[in-house]
Ligand binder design. Structure first.
Ligand code: SDX
Length: 431
């Protein structure tokens, strides 16, 4: 087992310690590289760089392994539910019955949106993008609850349990509020019911008719949210850590994570997948045109829901959701032509050397939209659903940053490739 890495550079030989993670992952501790050698490692996009040590999620992209605090995602998907997994991700252990009850109570007690905060919705055009609204309204939580958002880690950690429960619960309620507002519907108020039932009530109850969720629907929603709970140092989670490392409070750091999630290469992909499948359906195409375009190599034509920055194997979440699609649609007595198209597309791509040679497989976003659509959730809300699901992971990562006594502000370096020194010349005298 190597304990050191030897770097030979210029006329120096310097040894750096090797860190070995609990799953045997190895990292060269290069924190003194620049001081020792004046050199940087250049790793565009950080694909080969560990920004932190974390205890939350283990991801083996080559073998398609995903575990939260040691529990395989397949077992959690089969036996747990979103709120319990959220507790596990945040606190590190599955909750006892008393802990689960207390967490659920805190979620229910903090589900409502402050009346004054409701007025923020009115500041948006009806057709405003949901993720833009979610970012702004979640960010405003720091203004409405300044005692929980002091930007002082010690003080903010004192109230962590309340702030965490409030964040998860209110993000859920805000998403439903965005739906109601965008469709010109009156807001619903939370009820004293389980998390997912409350979401469906907040979304779909009408003044004259309460929404009554059937068990299959709440089970499917629990599964979708659970499968999004955390995913190592993805773009949005790293953003939460980056912003949190400056001392920023949890609400503000979460708002930054929501911004990062909105991009089509990240959380926006689930929406893009449905738009792609709908376009194939509307054109009567069998997918070959899209696959041909995807192979052109341009980022604009990528097969959405395919490929991953870490997985070089099937995303285990995609496998679980893919299987669940048929079950959920059958139980709801529904069919969806887009599911058949998705399956055909997957089959074609997985028999095409372009995708196989690049190890491009379906990711979590490829099938998730099919289930959300079956639950009646409109496509424009899909990425906000991802944000609800990911909130426990973001919160857990922020807590690791905030409670790390040796933590430092995240401050990557760069390789400067711009103009070298030159003198200022007044306008009119420039050549
Ligand atoms: C999520 O990181 C996470 O954990 C994220 C996430 C989470 O839970 O937080 O898992 C959630 O964001 C899933 C990914 C959702 N995005 C998409 O589905 C968008 C489509 N996929 C991609 O754009 C792409 O695969 C990425 C962004 C996901 C990963 O990009 P990488 O790792 O930077 O891959 P790359 O650009 O280096 O691609 C390698 C090759 C390139 O071809 P060559 O230059 O070698 O010829 O594969 C090609 C790419 O052009 N490629 C694709 C492709 N994805 C990569 N070609 C066609 N279709 C695709 N989807």
């Amino acid at each position: 087992m190597p304990t050191n890495a030897l770097l030979k550079i210029d006329d120096k030989e310097i040894s750096y310690p090797v860190i070995t993670g609990s799953e045997g992952e190895k990292a060269i501790d290069a924190r003194n590289l620049r001081k020792d050698t004046g050199y940087l490692f250049y790793d565009q996009g950080y694909g080969n760089t560990g920004s932190c040590e974390s205890c939350i999620t283990y991801l083996d992209g080559d073998n398609g392994i995903l575990r939260h605090r040691g529990y395989p995602i397949e077992q959690l998907a089969e036996q747990s539910e979103f709120v319990e997994t959220a507790y596990l991700v945040i606190y590190g252990e599955l909750p006892s019955p008393e802990q689960r009850k207390r967490f659920g109570t805190m979620l229910r007690e903090n589900a409502a949106i402050d009346t004054q905060m409701m007025r923020i919705f009115e500041g948006f055009p009806r057709g405003a993008p949901p993720m833009g609204m979610l970012t702004s309204i979640v960010s405003s939580l720091a203004a409405y609850y300044p005692h929980l958002a002091t930007n002082n880690f010690e003080k903010d950690l004192e109230n962590f349990d309340l702030t965490a429960a409030m964040a998860i619960s209110k993000i859920r309620t805000i998403v439903a509020g965005i739906y109601r507002y965008r469709h010109g519907l009156p807001f619903n108020y939370p009820k004293d019911v389980p998390f997912c039932d409350n979401f469906l009530h907040l979304m779909f109850s009408e003044p004259y008719k309460e929404y009554a969720a059937i068990p299959e629907v709440t089970r499917a929603l629990n599964l979708i949210l659970l499968l999004h709970a955390d995913h190592e140092q993805n773009c949005s989670t790293s953003t939460v850590r980056m912003v949190g490392s400056s001392g920023a409070n949890l609400f503000t750091s979460l708002a930054a994570g929501i911004c990062a999630l909105s991009g089509p290469l990240h959380g926006g992909a689930n929406t893009a997948v449905m738009q792609m499948l709908q376009a194939i359906h509307d054109e009567g195409d069998d997918g070959t045109r899209f696959i041909a375009a995807a192979k052109s190599g341009s980022k604009a034509n990528r097969l959405m829901g395919f490929g991953h920055a870490v997985y070089r194997n099937y995303d285990p979440r995609a496998r679980i959701i893919g299987h669940a699609c048929d079950v959920v649609l059958n139980k709801l007595g529904k069919t969806d032509p887009l599911l058949d198209i998705a399956k055909r597309l997957e089959h074609s791509a997985l028999n095409d050397d372009y995708f196989l040679s690049r190890k491009l497989y379906p990711n979590v976003d490829f099938y998730s939209g099919i289930i959300m659509r079956a639950l009646g959730i409109p496509t424009e809300l899909f990425t906000t659903m991802f944000a609800i699901g990911r909130s426990p992971g973001w919160i857990a990562n922020w807590k690791e940053v905030a409670s790390n006594p040796k933590g430092r502000i995240y401050r990557p370096r760069q390789v400067y490739v711009g103009p070298v020194k030159r003198d200022y010349v007044l306008i009119g005298k420039r050549g």
